[in-house]
Design a protein around this ligand. Sequence first.
Ligand SMILES: [Mg+2]
Length: 338
Amino acid sequence: MDAQPTDTAPDRDVPDPAAPAGTAPDIDPPAGTVLDRAVGAVLGSAAGDALGAGYEFGPPLPDDAPVGMVGGGTFTWAPGEWTDDTSMAVPVLQALARGASLDDDRTLDAVVDAWCGWAVDAKDVGNQTRAVLGGLAPRTAEAARRSARAFHDAHGRSGGNGSLMRTGPVALAYLGDGREDALARAARAVSELTHTEDDAGDACVLWSLAVRHAIRTGVADVRVGLPWLPPARREPWAVRIADAEARRPRDFERNGWVVEALQAAWSAITHGTTLVDALERAVRGGRDTDTVAAIAGALVGARDGASAVPAAWRTVLHGWPGLDATALTDLASRAVRR
Ligand SMILES: [Mg+2]
């Protein structure tokens, strides 16, 4: 990491004044507030995940094909049920909601332990994640990083999209002024629990900083994180971002790869007119539909807020570990206020 703003801020952020303290967690934050957008990063991702769940592994769909929160698919999801993308984000969100710091390896230990517990009987654990977490002992961050490095060394790569898909909540703990460097480090640290490859960590840094910026400003701009990448990797990522804007989600056929998953998600956002339109475009891109839509949903949700997630979707959203949209709203609200 080259020179970045010195991080002298307290470990946890003071909530933005636009997010009124004391709002009951089960009451929707007012539209257009920082809190609405912070909750939107979580609900948007969960909604995209559940929307795409029934279409996973399918081909690209025509532009006018209807896309619905219908469940089904390879894993016979219930309507509104989220998948591994959100399930793996939840332990991170829970940690932040209880005031834990991602800079503390004990927090990452708890996240790894929760992931291992989830993976025991989850029906859709990704290949790379299963290889890293399966049989992990002890269930600690250091053991996970070691396992991830072993996977990387054995396969020569570890650039699956499985860490980008769960990075949305990380930004919620770093919304304060001057917290970009700390967020970049945390995003990469959470990524490296399962994914060693630089591209995976870089993608999480870029997306997390974009989510933070969108929550603070209401503007989605994936380029804001480029200065927080190692210098040699900024230009290649700038080219990839421009390429995403010039093409459609369906053009990124290898969207199980973290790079094309990010490109497909960014393409869906830049060409979409609304949160719903962006998520539908992500799903119509085909293949890893739930993950691309979950990634897109974190950023477009941060831009437009939880208030932009249709009530009909929020009503049916649910998933591991027995949570619903109200519970996610509660957790996200607490994460911001810690
Ligand atoms: Mg999934």
